[in-house]
Design a protein around this ligand. Structure first.
Ligand code: GAL
Length: 683
């Protein structure tokens, strides 16, 4: 059975995974048996081994020491603890940087970074590549048929610390990458607009990565370098993947852990190359909305492979060690935030790390087993979550069916946030999350979709920010509208093409007909500047709203104004518009939350899409649904301080654990999570 045909993303596990990174090489062997015993107590069924073991597996170049890993894996097999085996290539040992300094990455100012931390490799270094592949070959051939190994973990968080390298090897690799994209130098000169500032290239060898320059480097050069860098890292992944695939049984899936809204890797491209998506998530405890970002990131991970369940590869049980101040997670948050990820498609909850280290840079990062051992609140919470996830086994493999999608693209994100824009204060993620939040509050299932993806699967397309778009992506949005989808497009979208060349003739050039408007001028607002808007509010009366960050001088052709600017130079001109016949809205400013929610609701209602519960959930309640062929599961997560009664949709609902009778409504205590299920088919 191949991994992709099974509803279970880890075919040899077939239940929700629970466990984390286990680093036995940091500990004397006596501890290993204790670890296994405690793992059994906590229902741990999946551990990741070897992520940072390179120096222990290959202490000097070409000399391998696998005996310790043999023993650890045999112990896991005996205890029936499954292993996600890493290729150990994330942190080259000191010998590599010492013998081959050219493997070390170089910054845009020409500084070569040193070894002594981790991830100090240039993705274009042939020496690093050869050693990484050789180590992977050794590991894969030795352990591919080991009973304990159920999946493969390639490298670790590619690009987390050194997403780009500006060295000479990288320059050469960048040129080769460009030569595949451009038939000749003229085409590159044209795409990069090198007629500007005398930047025209006369020879391929003149092309270099965008190193530190006196003024803004060429924007398309920067953009292509970001694309190249994502591809260069991806090349490292696929090289190791191919080595494993050649020797491993096909029901042992291969993954590398993502970092959800990570700005440097285009995960749409990456996800195509791996068997399953896995991801690391470390919420910022100082952000009161981190649970909303937590939901959005999980939805993105689920969407990357068309709704396939994914694995939360890493999270902290409690404190981390790498922000300024690192308090423990508030009581209850560990469970609720873990279940939130399951609610949104995760089929494993794994952690960094199993046992908290006592030395090294991460000794103040929590582990499932804290420094104080099992007599702790953390340990109790771990044991209780392990048991709860075991009882949630029926959810494994279940999918989410969403009729609403947010269009999201890394290339556009990169282009938006380059220098030399009308405003460098715009943040792709802030805009996207502000839209996501409004739909999340209303209890809808939400997917993310690439602009050139299957847009026709959705009844509502939300395009919060898509600064640049290809012709194909632009057309797909029009096609989706032609097929009846509601479309809402946000400010400064469709402004440029994939080369960051302006689409002239009034903005947003590709969608003027769809939206029934054209924009004469972009008018970004200063940071502390808010504009008043006037329009029909929720109850149909003239009401007020505000806009910040941005405004635009809009001309109407076939659209109606929904809100107009009420002060400033744009007074009386449209701020939010609707093309009635196309069900297409345009939002030219960052709306206040309530008004944004109102507009998005309007678009969703127009498309005939109901919230999961059939009605909006009480404030603070997050609602998700996952379905198998036989069963539907609704997760109700209460993020508020008050208990809430939630009305369930029609159906024969029961609580998943405990033995409740048939439920019409359910009480969700403050900070708690309730899962209900039904076998009556839901559409
Ligand atoms: C991740 C990394 C882990 C560990 C963790 C600490 O980025 O993959 O190895 O460092 O952060 O939060």
């Amino acid at each position: 059975m191949s991994a992709s045909h099974s509803p279970f993303v880890i075919p040899r596990l077939q239940k929700i995974g629970f466990g984390g990174d286990w680093n036995p090489e940091q500990w004397p062997q006596e501890i290993w048996d204790q670890d296994i015993e405690l793992m059994e107590q906590a229902n741990v069924n999946l551990v990741t081994l070897g992520v940072f073991s390179w120096a222990h597996l290959e202490p000097t170049p070409g000399v391998f020491t696998f005996d310790w890993l043999d023993r650890v894996l045999d112990k896991c097999a005996a205890a029936e603890i499954n292993v996600d085996l890493a290729t150990a290539t994330a942190s080259p040992p000191p010998w590599m940087g010492h013998l081959w300094p050219e493997t070390l990455p170089v910054t845009d100012t020409g500084v070569r970074l040193s070894y002594g931390a981790r991830q100090q490799y240039c993705p274009s270094s042939k020496i690093y590549q050869e050693h990484a592949v050789a180590l992977t070959e050794k590991i894969a051939s030795r352990y591919a048929n080991h009973d304990a190994v159920v999946m493969w973990h390639v490298n670790n968080e590619y690009g987390a610390h050194t997403p780009m390298c500006w060295c000479e090897n990288s320059a050469e690799a960048f040129r080769s990458w460009l030569q595949k994209r451009h038939p000749d130098l003229e085409s590159l000169n044209d795409s990069w607009s090198t007629a500007f500032w005398s930047q025209r290239f006369s020879d391929w060898d003149e092309i270099i990565p965008p190193r530190k320059t006196p003024y803004f480097p060429n924007p398309t050069q920067q953009l292509d370098f970001k694309r190249f860098s994502s591809d260069a890292m991806l090349g490292l992944f696929t090289a190791e993947r191919d080595v494993i695939r050649a020797v491993s049984p096909s029901d042992k899936p291969i993954t590398t852990n993502f970092m959800r809204f990570f700005p440097h890797n285009d995960y749409w491209e990456w996800a195509k190359t791996e068997d399953l998506v896995s991801d690391d998530w470390y919420p910022d405890l100082t952000d009161p909305k981190s649970h909303i970002e937590g939901a959005a990131g999980a939805d993105l991970m689920r969407s990357l492979k068309d709704g396939q369940p994914w694995l939360l590869m890493e999270q902290a049980v409690s404190a981390i060690n790498w922000r300024g101040i690192n308090p423990p997670k508030p009581i209850g948050a560990y469970r609720r935030w873990s279940l939130q990820q399951v609610a949104r498609g995760a089929d494993a909850i794994l952690h960094f790390q199993w046992r908290a280290s006592i030395g090294g840079a991460e000794k103040w990062h929590s582990g499932m087993l804290p420094h104080a051992g099992p007599r702790t609140r953390t340990w109790d919470e771990v044991v209780s979550l392990g048991a709860e996830l075991d009882s949630l086994s029926p959810v494994t493999g279940a999918r989410t069916h969403s009729k609403i999608a947010i269009v999201f693209d890394w290339s556009s994100w990169w282009a938006l946030e380059l220098d030399s824009r009308p405003s460098t204060h715009l943040s792709q993620m802030k805009i996207v999350l502000s839209w996501y939040e409004q739909v999340w509050k209303d209890g809808h299932s939400i997917d993310f979709v690439h602009p050139e993806g299957n847009l026709n699967d959705y009844k509502v397309l939300l395009v919060p920010q898509l600064y640049s778009v290809t012709d194909e992506g632009a057309q797909k949005i029009i096609d989706a509208s032609d097929s009846g989808a509601s479309v809402v497009i946000g400010f400064f979208s469709g402004a440029t093409d994939q080369n960051d060349r302006v689409r002239p003739g009034g903005y947003p050039a590709p969608w003027q007909e769809l939206l029934g408007i054209w924009v004469e001028e972009y008018c970004p607002l200063l940071s502390d500047h808010t504009l008043n808007l006037r329009g029909l509010n929720l109850d149909g009366h003239i009401g007020s709203a505000t806009g910040s960050q941005w405004s635009e001088h809009i001309h109407l052709t076939d659209a109606q104004p929904v809100f107009t600017y009420a002060n400033g130079d744009l007074e009386g001109k449209p701020a939010v518009t609707k093309h009635e016949a196309n069900n297409a809205w345009y939002i030219s400013t960052q709306l206040d939350e309530q008004t944004l929610q109102f507009i998005l609701r309007d678009a969703i209602v127009a498309a005939g899409v109901d919230p999961i519960l059939g009605s909006f959930p009480p404030v603070g309640i997050e609602v998700t649904e996952r379905r198998t062929e036989r069963e539907s599961f609704i997760f109700l997560l209460n993020h508020s301080d008050d208990s809430s009664t939630v009305l369930l949709p029609p159906g024969d609902w029961h609580q998943l654990t405990g033995d409740s009778g048939e439920l019409k409504s359910v009480e969700v205590p403050s900070r708690d999570v309730v899962v209900v299920h039904t076998k009556s088919g839901r559409k």
